[in-house]
Design a protein around this ligand. Structure first.
Ligand code: S3P
Length: 435
């Protein structure tokens, strides 16, 4: 599918977006590990969460989806049955890394595999610490496929004290899950504030998980079964980011997105857009199932360039493609540094972003750990999504105010995380063409 989006008038209106991707993955998997029936409302139904649901089916777990309401019948921490064939985690690194942790905890023999793209993503970051815990996991190349052999529940894993080389919620979540089956408390330290949804959700289900000091989490072995979930997920701030950037770059826009998750480990994009000049107000703040939720209103104002580095990077790790497009419409040169981790996402998001935006006329400079974008340089043209859902959506946003149309090829990859992307932009007043 080729996608082209433009805005002939300011964006306006109020929308509610689908449930958070990170929380949807966790809710499905943790519900499978709980004992009893969980209900998860506003579950994100998309390509990557289908990979998670299909995987838990193959592990012998029953679930039912009615609209976006998910019911899962959990069988406990050791309730998985060994699947007959390798599990296909599709394009989803969250699926493979969290499943590896869950399988380590359950002791189930299994091969975890996925798409060619997923097979090229680094897995040593989970294999090395899992091996330190005596998890029987192997891989030929430090990448998928990953092979886990079986382990009896009375043969406990070894508790570890481990410092993650990079802040990563996927790695942390994998190790937290494995730690539920360890012989003593595990302590994990991170160099920065990665998202803490796993800690919050598992604690709400009865696991003894405590934050000891900033970026240090202690996990006690599971003493009683995880309690089932009965939750409504908040809207995904990473999906909201596309709508916010769209409104920020179209003069005169004012939009509200209701019921969005505003966990402070995820709100770096709000800080960045504010610093660029967009007017953002947060209202109706509340806590739902341990997560902060709010309505976000953005009023467009002239954007100026900013610098992003350090801890802000992990707090907006998924938002750099959209942020780069906002920077391309800002005054001045925006600088992103200390963001080398972007090279290990669905695509090498430093190189693909720079090369594709350059095709649209944008002036950029690529660095090993980031990029510089000169604003006011978008012209238009044709560009490619590189199998990266966030790149596809971000490039489409570049066409909102471009002198010539922007056409994104193979844009259907956006269905991996945000199938309702185009429909929501149209709801806010944009014109979309799909061919
Ligand atoms: C995620 C963590 C992040 C993020 C990904 C989702 C999660 O990855 O980029 O989209 O749900 O835990 P890393 O932990 O690898 O940074």
């Amino acid at each position: 599918m080729n996608l082209s989006i433009t805005a002939l008038k300011p964006l306006s209106g109020s929308i509610v977006l689908p449930g958070d991707k990170s929380l949807s993955h966790r809710a499905a998997l943790f519900a499978a590990l709980a004992e009893g029936t969980s209900t998860v409302n506003r579950f994100l139904v998309s390509g990557v969460t289908r990979a998670m649901l299909n995987s838990i089916t193959a592990l012998g777990i029953e679930w039912r989806l009615e609209g976006d309401s998910l019911t899962v019948v959990g069988k406990g921490l050791h309730g998985f049955t060994a699947p007959a064939a390798p599990l296909d985690c599709g394009n989803s690194a969250t699926t493979i890394r969290m499943l590896a942790g869950a399988l380590a905890a359950s002791g189930t023999a299994c091969v975890l595999d996925g798409s060619a793209g997923l097979r090229s993503r680094p897995m040593n970051r989970i294999i090395d610490p899992l091996r330190q815990m005596n998890v029987p996991i192997t891989s030929d190349s430090g990448c998928a496929p990953l092979t886990l052999t079986s382990r009896t529940p009375d043969n406990k894993l070894a508790a570890i004290q481990y410092t993650l080389p990079i802040a990563s919620a996927q790695v942390k979540s994998c190790l937290i899950l494995a730690a539920l089956s360890a012989d003593a408390a595990t302590i994990l330290q991170e160099p920065g504030p990665s998202r803490d949804h796993t800690e919050r959700m598992l604690a709400a289900m009865g696991a003894a998980i405590t934050v000891e000091e900033p970026y240090t989490v202690k996990i006690e072995p599971l003493a009683q079964p995880l309690a089932p979930l009965a939750i409504t997920l908040p809207g995904d701030i990473s999906s909201a980011a596309f709508m916010l950037v769209a409104a920020a770059i179209v003069p005169g826009s004012r939009i509200t997105i209701r019921d969005v998750g505003v966990n402070p480990t995820r709100t770096g994009i709000l800080d960045a857009l504010r610093e660029m000049g967009a007017v953002i107000t947060i209202t109706n703040q509340r806590v739902s199932c341990g997560e902060q939720v709010a309505d976000i209103t953005l009023t467009a104002a002239p954007l100026k360039a900013i610098n992003v580095s350090g801890e802000s990077v992990v707090r907006m790790i998924d938002e750099f493609p959209a942020f780069a497009v906002a920077a391309a419409y800002a005054e001045g040169t925006t600088m992103v540094r200390e963001a080398e981790e972007l090279r290990h996402k669905e695509s090498d998001r430093i190189t693909t972003l720079c090369n594709e935006l350059k095709k649209l006329g944008v002036v950029l400079e690529e660095f090993p750990d980031g990029f510089a974008v000169t604003g006011g340089t978008v012209q238009g043209g044709s560009c490619a999504a590189h199998g990266d859902h966030r790149l596809a959506m971000s490039l489409a946003l570049a066409g909102l105010q471009s002198p010539a149309p922007v056409v994104v090829q193979d844009a259907e990859i956006l269905n991996e995380s945000f199938p309702a992307f185009t429909a929501n932009l149209v709801r806010l007043g944009c014109e979309a063409g799909e061919a």
